[in-house]
Design a protein around this ligand. Sequence first.
Ligand code: SAM
Length: 256
Amino acid sequence: MAWSPAQYLKFEDERTRPARDLLAQVPDLPDGVAFDLGCGPGNSTELIRDRFPWATLSGLDSDENMLVAAAKRLPGITFEKADLASWVPPAGASLFYGNAVFQWLPNHLTIFERLMSALVSGGTLAAQMPDNLGEPSHLLMEETARSPAFADAFAEKTIRRNPMPGPATYVECLAPRAANIEVWHTIYHHRLANAEAIVEWVKGTGLRPYLDTLPEDRRDAFVASYTDRIRAAYPAMNDGKVLLRFPRFFIVAVKA
Ligand SMILES: C[S@@+](CC[C@H](N)C(=O)[O-])C[C@H]1O[C@@H](n2cnc3c(N)ncnc32)[C@H](O)[C@@H]1O
């Protein structure tokens, strides 16, 4: 199933906030090309363009729909279709920036080593990944998939991503080529309209592979069953809104 820029951008402000927080920690760039990896519909690319208007900037994504949306949003910028799992980064880059993409790549530690090698001295690798597999929003997708109503469809399939390694693993991976490394977690608490809004949010990202596994005529029932669970796990506050707790992991490594 292809990505939907419109679904993804329903929560553009909330989704772009970690992109902004990541970019705020990137130091000034040396000469070289800057890349927005997993650029999506161009929301993160636009931030990089605004922060470094003089830099040569390129966006990269594996999804055609996202690339079309990005090119429409930022006509002056070059966007390239590529799969980061196999992409060979050109030498001489000043920035590899990836907001909310590397969690989709199980071998991202190997990719990080490749990216660090391709940076010029003083260039930066900056990445943010959701660290939310232990949150009810994600656990309940799996619970729904394993429930009697849907277990048959998921019997042969593992959708759940492997847990991320701890921060020390990332530091040890990057340290041999880095002059400086910062790693940190931020836990966001997004105030959303109701439980259904949480479901809409994950429909743009983590729920996609589950729905993709099901035949079309079973998807609505899956979403309804998952929504019931979400309603119980995220009770409404006095104003009817809910808080979506969302931990994210950040890395900023500057090449030696
Ligand atoms: C959650 S969106 C992030 C979009 C944007 N960077 C942002 O900050 O909001 C993740 C993007 O990564 C892309 N992506 C996922 N796996 C990829 C891969 N293996 N290679 C390149 N792009 C990938 C998806 O197509 C999607 O556009």
